[in-house]
Every structure is written in structure tokens, then in C-alpha cells.
Design a protein. Structure first.
Length: 318
């Protein structure tokens, strides 16, 4: 169902905007998006239609992400993705996520993404928001947005998102409007408020967590924030205020794997990210991840991925 508020804004902007230019600046994308990570730049580079406002607000239509399949990158911006056709399977901070046609997914900044598989007919509209653009918002106000990060949402969300994208494109192409960024920020705030009220689904209601589940949730959050720098279960148990045995029990009860499995996985993901998207030398990566030397890092990486760090960098370097 169309949303009257957004329709009125669209009509107003359409009637009052100067003759807009065709804002396709595809060839300049790699130069202007210095604050976006390379995964997203790669996704943009093959896009047929890209609309932007400086380095802060980017709309990618008909995006093609196949070329980044297999890479692991840490996002430097906030992402909203509407899957129009096909499907995509990805890992977000070690959690599997499958996005199908008609679904919208919200992904927070500083999360680790790995594209596992993309269907041949995959087509999506992607919105990228820089931290500078969104930092003026108090995201804690938008509980729905935070709670559902990395969870596909159905209902009327996709209709609201596409209307939001359509209006944003009009604003971007308006000439001689020094307040475009502010207008887009206010519109983005309206969009977040809109999805908070219109897109809540029965399966998005939180169920009470048992003690082990609470521990595991905190543990996984810590793993994402420490970026694989700490490789000892003892460190995380101490931070959680419990024994190492208690942490291992909670992990096995909830996931079937011990705490060390998830620590190794987090470290491996961070290593993949550094190998594919940075110019750091092997010893520098080993130091960054707290390995005693490059050889120990190499053995760890091959044991957990089946290939050497050099081979992975050669195959997946962006």
C-alpha cells in the first residue's frame, strides 16, 4: 500500500526541482568512494545505475555482486539491501543469512560479510550510508533497525524502501539545492521510523533467552568487536565474568561447538579480510592478529581454510 506521506514529498520535489541531470557517474566511483570498503566498491563498479551524494549516500540499482563471491570484507558503512529477484547466501559475523526475492535486509557498520553464493538472476537495490551521514541519528531510538540487523524482513518494508529510494534519487538530482544532504538525512530518519511501525513481523518478536543463550549472545558480540585479536577462551570467559569451563559448556549447548571453534572462525574471517583488502605484509597480519610469527599464522590459516595465506590472497585479492 502506498504511503501518503512519501507520495506527497515525491510530488512536491518533482514539481519544484530544476531540470535534473542524468547522474550516472559510474566511471568515477572508485575515486570518490574512499570511505567505502572495497567489497562495496566492487559491487558498485559493475552497476548499471548508481546515484550518489558525495561520499555519504549511495544508491545502487541492478547491482552485480558475483565478482566478490568468496571474499571476506569488513564493512565501513551501513547497508540496506532489497532483493528484487533471485537470492543470495552470505555469512554476516559468522551467522548464515539467505536473502530471497521480496526481502529487505539491514546491515550495520563494522560487520564482517562473506558472499557464499549468488543466483544467476540475482538483482537488488542497495543503499549505502556512511558513518558521517548517519552519525547524527541516535540509532538506539530505532530499536527495530538494531534488533533486525542481518535478518531478512518481509511485509510492506520493500514497498516503503523503494519509495524512499525513488524520492532520494529526485533529491540527489536537484540542482542548486545546498540543503540536499540535510533533506536526505531527514528523509532517512522518516524511513527508519516508518519501518519501525510498518514492518514488524510475528517472528521478529524476541523470545526469552535461557542463561546459556545469553552468554553465547554476549560472547558472539565480543568476538565481532575484538576482530579475532584474542585467541584464548580464557580471555573471553574472564571478560564475561564466568569460568572457561562455563563458557565452553554454554557454547556447546547452544551451537554444538566449543568456544575455541568460534574464536578460530572469527580470527580466520579477519585474516581473510586483511589478506583480500589490505596491503599488509604477512608478518604484519600475523602481528595484528597476535600470532607469535608468520609461520604460526600460516599454519593456523591453512588448517582452518585448506589453503595458504599467499594462495588465498592471490585468488581473492581485490
Amino acid at each position: 500500500m502506498p504511503h501518503l506521506f512519501l507520495c506527497r514529498i515525491s510530488t512536491f520535489l518533482h514539481n519544484n526541482s530544476a531540470k535534473s541531470n542524468n547522474y550516472s557517474q559510474y566511471l568515477q566511483v572508485k575515486n570518490i568512494f574512499h570511505i567505502m570498503n572495497e567489497l562495496l566498491i566492487s559491487a558498485i563498479s559493475d552497476s548499471k545505475e548508481t546515484h550518489r551524494l558525495d561520499d555519504d549516500f549511495v544508491i545502487i540499482e541492478k547491482s552485480n555482486v558475483k565478482q566478490i563471491k568468496g571474499r571476506v570484507i569488513r564493512s565501513e558503512c551501513y547497508i540496506v539491501l532489497h532483493c528484487i529477484e533471485g537470492s543470495m547466501h552470505m555469512n554476516v559475523n559468522m551467522t548464515e543469512l539467505k536473502i530471497d526475492a521480496g526481502q529487505v535486509v539491514y546491515l550495520m557498520k563494522d560487520q564482517m560479510y562473506e558472499i557464499v553464493d549468488v543466483s544467476d538472476n540475482f538483482n537488488a537495490t542497495v543503499l549505502l550510508l556512511s558513518e558521517q551521514f548517519i552519525q547524527w541519528l541516535d540509532l538506539k531510538r530505532y530499536y527495530f533497525f538494531l534488533k533486525n540487523s542481518g535478518r531478512p524482513i518481509r511485509s510492506t518494508t520493500y514497498e516503503l524502501f523503494e519509495q524512499f529510494v525513488g524520492i532520494s534519487k529526485i533529491i540527489i538530482t536537484m540542482d542548486q539545492n545546498p540543503e540536499k544532504k540535510k533533506v536526505l538525512q531527514l528523509l532517512t530518519e522518516s524511513f527508519l521510523l516508518g519501518i519501525s511501525h510498518f514492518a514488524i513481523l510475528p517472528d521478529s518478536i524476541d523470545e526469552p533467552l535461557y542463561a546459556s543463550e545469553k552468554i553465547m549472545k554476549k560472547f558472539m558480540t565480543m568476538l565481532a568487536s575484538t576482530k579475532g585479536f584474542h585467541q584464548s577462551p580464557e580471555y573471553y570467559a574472564k571478560m564475561l565474568g564466568i569460568s572457561q569451563k562455563h563458557l565452553s559448556f554454554a557454547s556447546r549447548q547452544c551451537t554444538g561447538y566449543g568456544a575455541l571453534h568460534w574464536i578460530n572462525r572469527a580470527t580466520t574471517l579477519e585474516a581473510k579480510s586483511l589478506l583480500s583488502s589490505s596491503n599488509l605484509k604477512m608478518q604484519e597480519i600475523a602481528d595484528k592478529l597476535n600470532f607469535s610469527n608468520q609461520s604460526v599464522f600460516g599454519r593456523f590459516f591453512k588448517q582452518n581454510t585448506g589453503v595458504s595465506p599467499m594462495k588465498y590472497r592471490k585468488d581473492f585479492r581485490i
